[in-house]
Each structure stands twice: as C-alpha cells, then as structure tokens.
Write a protein that binds this ligand. Structure first.
Ligand code: BGC
Length: 283
C-alpha cells in the first residue's frame, strides 16, 4: 500500500461488534473474499452460525470458516454457483440440514466483466446478469420459502427472516464501460423493493446495502497505486477508501433487531460518493 493510501486509511475505525445475532443462522454468498468475507466474519462475531458460500478458492473459504469459528459459533463452507438453480437448491438443503433453519441471507456474490459498450460480448452480459441479479433471485427465493415455513420465533428475532442484497452506488450512478454491471445493480434495487413489499406482511425484512469504493479485489486498479487512489478520492467526499468492515458493520445492523422497522431500504455506505462530489466546487 502507498504511504498516502495508508495514511488516509488510518482513520477507518476498528470496533468490536456486539453479539446482537446470538443463536441466528446465516448464509453469505461470495463469502471467501472482499465484502462477503468481512460480512461473514462479522456475523460470526455477532453470534450467528454462518454458511460461507463460494465458487472458487477452497482454501480462502476454509480460512474464513476458521476465522468465524474463533468466535465460538458454527461455520461451514459450501461451494455453489449462485446462478445455478440446482446448486442453489442443494446449498439451502445442506444449510438447513446442518443449522436446523435459516434466519439471515446476505446476497453478496457478484462480479464485473468490464467492456466498452460496442465491444461487450453477450457472454460478458449474461455472466454478470446471471451471477449478480439472477443469483440474488434464486437465493432469495430459497431463503423466503424457509422463512415462510418457519415464521417468527420471538426468542430468536422479531422478524421471520432478513435478507440483505448487496447492491452498489451503481444502482444510481450510471457507469460507462460497465453497462452490464450497472444494469445488474439497478435490477437489484427493484428486485429488493418488490420482494420487500411482498414479504413485509410475513414479517420478512428485505433491504440492500449500496457500497461505494471499497478496498477489495474487484477494484484493485482503482486504489492500488498512489495516482489511482488520488483520482478515486476526487469521487469520495469523506476522503478515504471504504474498508470491507465498513460494510460488515452495516450488514450486522441490518440483520439484527436493532433495525426492525427498516424495510425495503437501500443503505448507501459510500463516503458520500452519491452526493455529486463534482458540484462541491462546480455548478
Ligand atoms: C464496484 C467497484 C467500484 C465501486 C465505486 C462498486 O460497485 O464493484 O469496482 O470501485 O462500485 O465505483
């Protein structure tokens, strides 16, 4: 990391997470790296048992499982492609068999296949839409079936289940060179809101988090050199890159009863990226 990036990062907090999810069962998709990894570990720290979904990288998944178990809760890894209906069904069967039920789904798995619009292949389009959007549909459907079957267990949570959809600032901000990705995130917004409206009467709470620029492998080129970091900061009023833990703390809160009346909302965790930073000096 460059000195300037390290200095800017020194202001990111490290806080202990309260055990607000004691006894709850969670599944996090795409949980062996980046935001998903931090969320899975934070849910474990908050007291939940966690199923760590991943699609490649067995070792990294096992490392996340070990980090979660260190908090004295259960954790396992399950390899499944979230865009495959059959693999998703198998993963939920296994999770429910192992944990008894499910209380929290974090629909996190996502990827980028960037290209200029004129050169974008149908395969790049489909890969991104299938994983980022259809994957969230398939996992949410399985989770909701279990939440409806079980209903509210007051000793565990006020809600019959919680889903957090990982969106992006690009559900709002158009993104040249990333039409497939921005389309998938715009889709997540209305998928989340439609599911939330339909499921709220069943006491199922569905919300989204829209991260800005977070230091993860998906966007290394945006922060790994001093020049890139400086240019990124022109888009971030708060003046530092986001850390995966910034998202993890928001996810723990949205999954817990502390946010019980929060239904169908997108929580932007972006250091102000969606505040039209160019207008701080222009306009
Ligand atoms: C993307 C990152 C990007 C960030 C802010 C995220 O959704 O995955 O690559 O840095 O948005 O533009």
């Amino acid at each position: 990391m460059s000195t300037s990036a390290a200095a800017a990062n020194s202001t990111a907090p490290t806080l202990a997470i309260p055990r607000t999810l004691r006894g709850q069962k969670a599944l996090v998709t795409g949980a062996n790296s980046g935001i998903g990894r931090a969320v899975a570990i934070a849910l474990g720290e908050a007291g939940a048992d966690v199923m760590v979904n991943y699609v490649t990288g067995d070792e990294a998944a096992e490392e996340v499982v070990a980090a979660i178990r260190a908090y004295g809760v259960n954790a396992s890894a399950y390899k499944a492609d979230v865009s495959s209906e059959e693999q998703v069904a198998g993963m939920f069967r296994e999770t429910i068999a192992r944990f008894g039920t499910l209380d929290i789904l974090v629909n996190n798995a996502g990827l980028q296949r960037d290209s200029s619009f004129q050169a974008m292949t149908l395969a790049q389009w489909h890969t991104v839409l299938n994983v980022n959007l259809t994957g969230q549909f398939l996992c949410a459907q399985q989770a909701i079936r279990e939440f409806l079957r079980r209903g509210v267990v007051p000793e565990v949570s006020c809600a019959a289940g919680k889903i957090i959809c990982m969106s992006s600032v690009h559900q709002e901000i158009p993104w040249a060179g990333h039409a497939n990705y921005a389309t998938s995130k715009g889709g997540i917004k209305l998928l989340m809101e439609s599911m939330a409206q339909e499921m709220a009467p069943h006491r199922i709470r569905i919300n989204a988090i829209a991260p800005g620029a977070i230091r993860t492998p998906i966007n290394t080129s945006a922060w790994s050199t001093p020049e890139a970091y400086k240019s990124l900061m022109t888009l971030v009023p708060y003046g530092r890159i986001g850390e995966p833990e910034d998202i993890a703390r928001a996810a723990v809160w949205l999954a817990s009863d502390l946010s019980d009346y929060v239904v169908g909302t997108t929580l932007f965790v972006d250091g102000g990226m969606t505040l039209y930073p160019g207008f701080a000096t222009g306009g």
